[in-house]
Design a protein around this ligand. Structure first.
Ligand code: ZN
Length: 482
């Protein structure tokens, strides 16, 4: 039985309900792609589908709009699938159980997939309508956005004629997304030579840091456990002679490490001096982070006497100095959008093998040139020291356009409709528009969407009135004549 049939705009909610009844987890978008292809065939619309199940549907301009530039409407087919412990649904074969509460649509005990099912619903409602004026519509629906944007990376868009992109994957009404970061993973390997040394093995652990996401929270200048540990060891080296065995810190390149540890070997008779020196070294290393990381803790654990393969004195020095002097954190702020981090990097994972110490960085920038320059800087520095550098997972930024006729149109319409200014924003993380910018010449894009709450969780809700207002805004954008 239909749950959303009383809601307006009818067509949008009806398609949304249908989408929620068709399974579409990331990587399993085939059934939803089948539905859209059938929809396009029934209406005689030009359409394309690739082996990943990315879908493109094209509808020609309505009368009087033939001279207007096409609009590319874009969203993703896949949804994040989460369920509460008392639910047991198979997302690959079952639909969702929708309900309405407090002006929002939600799904019982699961994610709703308003992100990004509502984009698909808007697109189908527009493609189906016979009474809505619009220029040529080029609908681009991608797969696997939530798990690495594989669909947007692979999709062929050579059939498109437009360059104005309306991405419908934002979740705050009144916010107009205008740029995102590109990124890359950089693995720096610093070579180490080892010798055998007899002595006391100790583990020094730095823990209790606040951590956070390397895109969303890098500007908060929180401590990076790997770097705090390095600073502490450099300070310790000034007072006590020890040899380094290993350095470990963090587990993901896109998270600021909360914990790191070092194994060192020293003469047993120096153990009391080490215990005595540690608190002062800790204070020096932790000093910049008293506000951001109040629970920072340093622990010393003696592991017993024995024979150990330690780094040579030269190797140990080289590793610690290099970590200390490689850049980390925010490198530049945006000149276009206030408060936006333009370029940053995060030493996410530090690990040790027999012959090298590896530093894994996540590099981000909303400027392609700045991203390349930072990659080059890491490459030059580390290779000059005899190390190796590997790049992986490169994705392009969506650069801010100072001159964006589409953004200007939308801002003006928004202000006329709601008597308040829209906020032009950007994020320091990847979006599909970055991928598309490489495939659409002179891309002029914005990302908008209705209010959604707690996306990617079982509490996900989609605001009904906001869906209606965003639909009205969409119709106004399409009805513009230039
Ligand atoms: Zn999304």
């Amino acid at each position: 039985m239909s749950v959303l049939s009383a809601l307006e705009p009818k067509s949008v909610f009806s398609y949304f309900e249908t989408i929620c009844s068709i399974p579409h987890p990331s990587g399993q978008e085939g059934l939803l792609a089948d539905y859209i292809v059938r929809f396009a065939q029934e209406r005689g619309l030009e359409h394309y589908r690739d082996e990943l199940h990315n879908v493109v549907v094209i509808k020609e301009a309505t009368a009087g709009y033939e001279q207007e530039e096409p609009i590319i409407l874009q969203g993703h087919l896949d949804m994040v699938c989460e369920q509460s412990s008392d639910r047991n649904i198979d997302f690959s074969s079952e639909g969702l159980d929708l309900y309405i509460e407090d002006g929002c649509i939600a799904a019982r005990g699961t994610t709703l997939g308003g992100d990004d099912g509502i984009a698909v619903a808007y697109a189908l409602a527009l493609l189906d309508a016979e009474d809505i004026p619009h220029p040529r519509l080029e609908v681009v629906l991608t797969v696997s956005e939530e798990v690495g944007m594989e669909g947007a990376a692979a999709i062929d868009l050579s059939m498109l004629r437009g360059h104005k992109v309306l991405n419908l994957d934002s979740e705050e009404e009144g916010q107009i997304m205008a740029s995102c970061a590109g990124g890359c993973r950089v693995d720096c390997q610093l070579p180490v030579e080892r010798t055998e040394l007899e002595g006391q093995l100790c583990v020094i652990t730095v823990s209790g840091l606040t951590g956070g996401h390397s895109g969303a929270e890098i500007h908060k200048r929180r401590g990076n456990a790997s770097r705090v540990l390095t600073r502490l060891l450099v300070e310790l080296g000034r007072q006590i002679s020890f040899s380094l065995v290993s350095l470990e810190g963090g587990s993901k390149d896109n998270a600021i490490p909360r914990e790191a540890k070092a194994q060192i070997v020293l003469s047993s008779k120096l153990l009391p001096a080490l215990s005595a020196a540690l608190p002062r070294c800790r204070d020096i290393a932790a000093a910049p982070y008293l506000e951001t990381d109040p629970n920072l803790e340093v622990k010393l654990t003696p592991m017993g006497h024995g024979l150990h393969k330690v780094m040579s004195s030269h190797s140990g020095q080289l590793v610690l100095t290099t970590i200390q002097f490689l850049p980390d954190g925010v490198q530049a702020m945006s000149q276009d959008i206030e408060g936006l981090v333009e370029t940053s990097l995060n030493l996410g994972v530090m690990s040790t093998r027999d012959s090298y110490v590896q530093l894994r960085f996540s590099v981000r920038s909303s400027k392609l040139a700045a991203k390349d320059e930072l990659k080059h800087h890491l490459y030059k520095t580390v290779t000059a020291l005899g190390g190796k550098v590997f790049f992986a997972g490169d994705y392009p930024p969506w650069e801010f356009r100072k001159d964006s006729p589409l953004r200007d149109d939308i801002c003006a319409l928004y202000e006329r409709l709601y008597q308040e200014k829209a906020r032009v924003v950007a994020i320091h993380a990847g979006l599909e528009c970055g991928m598309l910018s490489e495939k659409i010449a002179d891309m002029d894009a914005v990302s908008i969407g209705p209010n959604m709450h707690d996306i990617h969780t079982t509490e996900e809700r989609l605001e009904i009135d906001s869906v209606r207002r965003t639909w009205e805004l969409l119709l106004e954008i399409l009805a513009l004549k230039h």
